[in-house]
Write a protein that binds this ligand. Sequence first.
Ligand code: CA
Length: 237
Amino acid sequence: MTEAPHARILIIEDEPSITEFLRTGLTYEGYHVVIAPDGLTGYQALQRGDFDLLILDIMLPDMDGFTLCQKVRQEGNDIPILMLTARRGITDRVTGLDLGADDYVTKPFSFAELLARIRALLRRRGKQPETTVLRAGDDLVLNTETHEVTLNGHPVHLTPTEFDLLELFMRHPRRVFTRETLLNRIWGYDYVGGTNVVDVHVSHLREKIGDKPPRRIRTIYGIGYAFYPQGEEEPAT
Ligand code: CA
């Protein structure tokens, strides 16, 4: 069930903590990522490169996101644009959408939220294979569209965080995730706090999906966790 999207994403953002967070996560998901740290460089990269999606910050050196967005649309470029809005007010969002952006996320955002928006935008352009139903073994099913999880046909009620965690595990079977990676991916780059929160949520998730030894969510001692669709007795590859 591993996806290889291969879509090319241009990120125009000047905040290093955010660009690194995005580069790491999106590269991990199989996207090809190019980063431009200011509006002008980004605009030039857009002219030269063949991108499938643009992630655009608003407050940028040299040329702000609104100006860039407007310019790109006036030139007839219909690349999907996802705006990053820092402010809470709705003015920025409305302005961005008016100028031709397709969608926006408000900072601080979680990686799961951003990834869902990217997938939706690429899907609209036919760049993203549809994978809405994920299965593990013959009893555990997760539907990314309806946000429903069933175990042996019975609904499992997960919190949004538990759901995101399980979706990430199910999309990447047998892959080892460190606690730091999980924090970054599920809680976001701005999360302040220890990695214990990961263990607590994994423990709740295990309980809810009836994960008893041999476990599906395997503890990798000193590192983190890996998901085994059939339980950890299956041979490691
Ligand atoms: Ca900025």
